[in-house]
Design a protein around this ligand. Structure first.
Ligand SMILES: Nc1ncnc2c1ncn2[C@@H]1O[C@H](COP(=O)(O)OP(=O)(O)OP(=O)(O)O)[C@@H](O)[C@H]1O
Ligand SMILES: [Mg+2]
Length: 422
């Protein structure tokens, strides 16, 4: 039997687990899955497998014609005090139950691969789960802790995700450096400023190498929401006017469209409650087909398939200057050309918030730009050109490194075994 430790990065979009051999002091392998859960329709609670996880969740969901319950970005609900539980096939699932499904899947795959059961793990957490709210942060951390326990992990420590990313990057360094690490994920953007030194990598007193940590609740999901708001919602009735019962011309409340732009709302969208309102808008707007689109979107659970196209457009624009946002399904027809310049405009507000936060982070922690020897960008959203441009412009003198975008955090968490020694 090997002495193993799992580094677990439960991410908004992707989750990864690195298996660390504590005797050889090396990562043996890393497993990565999309953080998705699908509960097929029409299953009774006594059925053997009431849900599917990861890449199979998408496959089954699409194969079933998008019936059933599909849950994306479940990490976002960890800090929502308004969320207590959801009922699926007559079973109740609270936030920890849902998160445990993803952590269990990773653990199961790793245990199977290693031929032994490991109950020891370092689990990552963002620096802030939500905007700087201590109470919500504590709630999220305790829910995550409970999820780890439910998944069968008995010895658990938590580590900030960007510190994980930094320790992974450290293995590629030749000499001591003071590095600013930015981990730009699906839900959050996290920073850490620390001293990295390949000679200290296996030491147990790493805490004092970490000079500052911080983060903001903006990531790739925010870019997709902004895109949906600007280029998607007009197809679903945003800004459409209708005649109210008093004869006055009215515009549909914007709050309705906020529901179809973010995942924490979309996952648990109670269509019945607003369904009647939308029917009314449809009727009073003289059967405007955009409201028909909205009804189709909600009734048929099309959110995920639509956002997949939004994400594809974003990813294409990480490589080329022009892309097409296209979606045709059940009568909804969307076709938009998007240039990189236009896309940069759409996400400008989000990127500026990252920029403003970073400025504050540097000031509050008294970090002078000259004190930064290197910059390490990681996470899927670090591939967005406007994000890269922000760092290049802000730190023109600093060498920019990037890589291991989807696994650096898990690897570095696995290198954080020192946390068990205190
Ligand atoms: N080539 C690309 N260009 C732009 N964005 C990308 C690209 N590839 C992936 N992304 C985006 O990166 C995000 C996922 O990145 P990552 O896996 O690092 O996040 P995560 O760890 O799941 O989230 P978090 O750390 O915030 O919990 C998604 O928003 C995805 O759309
Ligand atoms: Mg991440």
């Amino acid at each position: 039997m090997k002495k193993l430790l799992y580094g677990i990065d439960f991410g908004t979009t992707n989750s990864a687990l690195s298996v660390f051999d504590e005797e050889q002091k090396e990562v043996i392998t890393t497993i990565i899955i999309p953080s998705l859960i699908y509960f097929p329709a029409g299953l009774s609670s006594s059925s053997a497998s009431e849900y599917v996880v990861g890449e199979r969740a998408v496959e089954e969901y699409l194969k079933d014609g998008m019936q059933g319950r599909f849950i994306k970005s479940v990490k976002q609900i960890l800090s929502r005090s308004t969320f207590s539980e959801t009922r699926i096939h007559n079973r109740r699932y609270n936030a920890s139950d849902l998160v445990a499904i993803i952590i269990s899947e990773l653990k199961k795959r790793a245990d199977l691969l290693m031929g032994q059961v490991c109950q020891k793990a370092v689990i990552g957490r963002p620096v802030f789960f939500d905007d700087d709210d201590q109470q919500r942060d504590t709630l999220a951390q305790s829910r995550l802790s409970k999820a780890a326990e439910l998944a069968g992990l008995r010895e658990v420590r938590f580590q900030f995700e960007p510190i994980g990313a930094a320790f992974a990057y450290e293995r590629a360094l030749k000499k001591k450096e003071r590095v600013l690490v930015a981990d730009l994920g699906g839900g959050t953007t996290d920073f850490t400023f620390l001293t990295l030194d390949p000679d200290r990598k296996d030491r147990s007193d790493r805490q004092k190498d970490v000079l500052a940590t911080g983060g903001i609740y903006i990531g790739g999901d925010s870019f997709d929401s902004s895109f949906m708001w600007e280029r998607g919602t007009p197809y679903f009735g945003k800004n459409v006017q209708y005649q109210g019962t008093s004869g006055k011309v009215l515009t549909v409340p914007m709050s309705l469209f906020a529901h179809i732009c973010t995942w924490d709302k979309m996952n648990f969208f109670n269509s019945l409650r607003v369904r009647k309102d939308i029917e009314d808008y449809y009727y009073f707007s003289g059967n405007n087909p955009k409201f028909r689109n909205l009804i189709t979107l909600i009734d048929n659970n099309l959110g995920y398939s639509l956002f997949r196209e939004i994400e594809k457009t974003k990813i294409a624009l990480s490589q080329t200057d022009n892309a097409r946002f296209q979606y045709a399904n059940m009568g909804i027809e969307i076709g938009e050309d998007v240039s990189l310049e236009e896309y940069n405009g759409i996400i400008e507000k989000d990127v500026r918030r990252i920029d403003d936060y970073l400025e504050r982070f540097l000031t509050e922690n008294a970090i002078k730009k000259e004190a930064i020897d290197g910059l390490f960008l990681t996470g899927g959203s670090s591939l967005v050109p406007a994000v890269r441009a922000l760092f290049k412009k802000k730190f023109p003198q600093v060498r920019l490194h990037s890589g291991d975008n989807f696994i650096s955090v898990a690897k570095g968490l696995a290198y954080s075994g020192y946390l068990f020694e205190h």
